[in-house]
Design a protein. Structure first.
Lengths: 286, 305
């Protein structure tokens, strides 16, 4: 009798815990995505509704005017192109140098491996702002100011540790036997890397590419320092400036902000599992 | 093999390292990455230290002035405001992110329906460019149209616009940072929780340990590594805050990084103090990292080798 009541009580408490848990999850998800949804709402309503007080929860008068204005803005179009070029080139360079270095670190034996890893990791602790003045002076001397090259170089340096770190974690999980077999068959280290590791590591390399791309797409400090011409500025620099260009045209600013996050939200929705595995790859082992 | 190599003195290791084809290949493979990092990051720091000890301008190299830029920097009221803001922002936001993040990680550390959705929701704020989320939040705090400005005024917490009050701006910036990075913190801590074997808890439960004992005696000690990594990365990130203050505060909100930027990129007269502040950030970041590694005993993966 007593035990039956206890079981019933526990079951009731279990159900209550589950309900509370799901309420917690709903609140959590809502808080996370609310700003994006709200700003999207701001971008599709008419100006009159935007300034309505109290604000409307569900959009009443929908218009595409703000989106048309932003998407038709040549500065904004150019910024999207610039961001794409800078992020893509940075990702390709990082993957090229990073995968080579990561292979050596994860597979080959050499004396200064610890020193090399420490040097590379030190960049993650490195405040980028500490070197903007020296780099600005040097880039001026080399004529790199206002060029894609200036931010691609700096983005590469700060994304490379992330790239190497992730790739080392992924490479370590691959079976060594296959490479050894290839080497027994007469393949050189480089051939073993190209023919065996690269195809097997494709999923890990792809995950690394996504994270490196996001890193470069979101970079702001270097772009804001080295690029002051709209022909090369990425979206991260151009959009905050819209506050002065479009002054009180808040709908247009909202539309611009939403456009830039769309590719990232799509990447996250499709590849969330991979991204999480990448983000936690280093942390768990450390 | 090991004894043979350690017996060799002087240039013995050099021959051993570069005489062996596999090892030689390894060096060729890491060298390009190392070269890029040294040339574009470490060399400029040395140059920055030199600049901070001279009266150089952005276009002309000056003469040696000792620590003058540093003494000037510490007397600059703007610098002191930046330093205070940065320290408050770092301590409060990282503390909140850690407590809330740990709570979320503990809550979702189980199998449940809708995991994928929650994971995607976690990643959405993280994946945004910080400047863009700053622009979004600025719109939501804008007088006249901003939902949060409206709500805060309606409830009666504030009587003036958030965007024109330095204290309210800093509080809002902390809340935005908590919104943006707590999920990321939770993700790292959750990954740490998932490698703690369930048997440990079972054993403790059999021995009669209650929830709190299990938390303080098992979870926290076993999670220490993951906590230190997550907190160190967040601390250094918050300490060099730039994007958020610049775009959300629209130059009204100063951090150490915005102070450096103003000095070296905008004002012609503040180049010296800007450089001094840049080196100040570099050295203090280094000390923070050292504190975590030496004093708190954080393990870096480099030591595993």
């Amino acid at each position: 009798m007593a035990s039956a009541t206890a079981t019933k009580g526990a079951a009731g408490r279990g159900a209550l815990t589950t309900v509370l848990f799901y309420i917690f999850l709903v609140v959590f998800v809502f808080v996370s995505v609310f700003p994006l949804l709200w700003v999207f709402k701001m971008s599709i309503v008419t100006k009159a509704e935007l300034f309505a007080s109290p604000p409307t929860i569900v959009p009443q008068n929908v218009t595409g005017a703000e989106w048309a204005q932003v998407l038709g803005d040549p500065t904004f179009q150019q910024a999207l192109v610039n961001s794409t070029i800078i992020s893509t080139v940075t990702t390709v360079i990082c993957l090229f140098f990073g995968s080579i270095a990561a292979y050596a670190i994860s597979r080959l034996r050499f004396r200064f491996k610890g020193t090399v890893m420490t040097l590379i990791l030190a960049i993650s602790f490195f405040p980028a702002v500490a070197i903007i003045a020296p780099l600005f002076i040097q880039f001026t001397q080399f004529g790199l100011i206002n060029t894609y090259a200036s931010v691609i170089i700096t983005d590469t340096v700060f994304a490379l540790p992330l790239t190497i770190w992730l790739l080392v974690a992924f490479f370590r999980e691959l079976p060594v036997d296959l490479e050894d077999a290839a080497k027994v068959d007469g393949a050189t280290t480089i051939q073993a890397f190209r023919k065996v590791i690269v195809p097997l590591a494709a999923p890990g390399v792809f995950t690394t590419a996504i994270l490196t791309f996001i890193h470069a797409w979101n970079e702001f400090l270097f772009a804001n320092t080295f690029l002051f011409d709209e022909t090369t500025q990425p979206v991260t620099v151009v959009i905050p400036n819209f506050a002065t260009v479009y002054t009180v045209d808040y709908g247009a600013q909202a539309a611009a902000a939403v456009v830039v996050t769309v590719p990232l939200v799509i990447l996250v929705l499709i590849f969330q599992r991979r991204i999480v595995s990448g983000l936690t790859a280093g942390a768990v082992k450390g | 093999m090991t004894t043979a190599s350690s017996e060799k003195k002087g240039r013995g290791w050099f021959k051993e390292e570069f005489g062996n084809p596999e090892r030689r290949t390894a060096y060729y493979m890491v060298l390009p990455s190392l070269f890029i990092i040294v040339v574009v990051a470490f060399f400029p720091v040395l140059y920055g230290i030199v600049l901070s000890l001279t009266d150089s301008t952005v276009s002309a190299f000056g003469s040696f002035v000792g620590l003058e830029n540093y003494t000037e920097m510490f007397q600059d009221p703007d610098f002191l405001v930046s330093l205070t803001n940065t320290v408050i922002f770092t301590v409060v936001s990282v503390a909140l992110e850690f407590i809330i993040g740990l709570g979320i990680a503990l809550a979702v550390n189980r199998a449940f329906r809708g995991r994928g959705l929650v994971r995607a929701a976690i990643l959405v704020p993280w994946a945004f460019p910080t400047v863009i989320s700053a622009v979004m939040w600025r719109l939501m705090f804008q007088p006249g149209i901003g939902i949060f400005q409206y709500l805060a005024e309606t409830i009666g917490i504030i009587s003036r616009p958030v965007l024109s009050d330095p204290t309210l701006l800093l509080i809002a910036a902390i809340l935005i940072d908590v919104w943006k990075t707590t999920p990321f913190m939770a993700l790292l801590l959750l990954a740490g929780l998932q490698v703690i074997p369930g048997e440990v808890y079972e054993a403790a439960r059999v021995d009669g340990a209650n929830v709190w004992q299990r938390f303080f005696r098992i979870t926290l000690p076993l999670l220490k590594g993951a906590i230190l990594v997550a907190v160190l990365f967040r601390t250094l990130d918050a300490y060099r805050v730039y994007d958020l203050f610049w775009a959300f505060g629209a130059r009204e909100l100063q951090s150490l990084s915005t102070f450096v930027y103003e000095g070296v990129r905008i004002s012609q007269l503040q180049f010296g103090t800007g450089n001094a502040a840049a080196i100040f950030i570099f050295l203090t970041s280094f000390l923070i990292a050292m504190f975590f590694i030496r004093v708190l005993g954080m393990r870096t993966s480099a030591e595993e080798e």
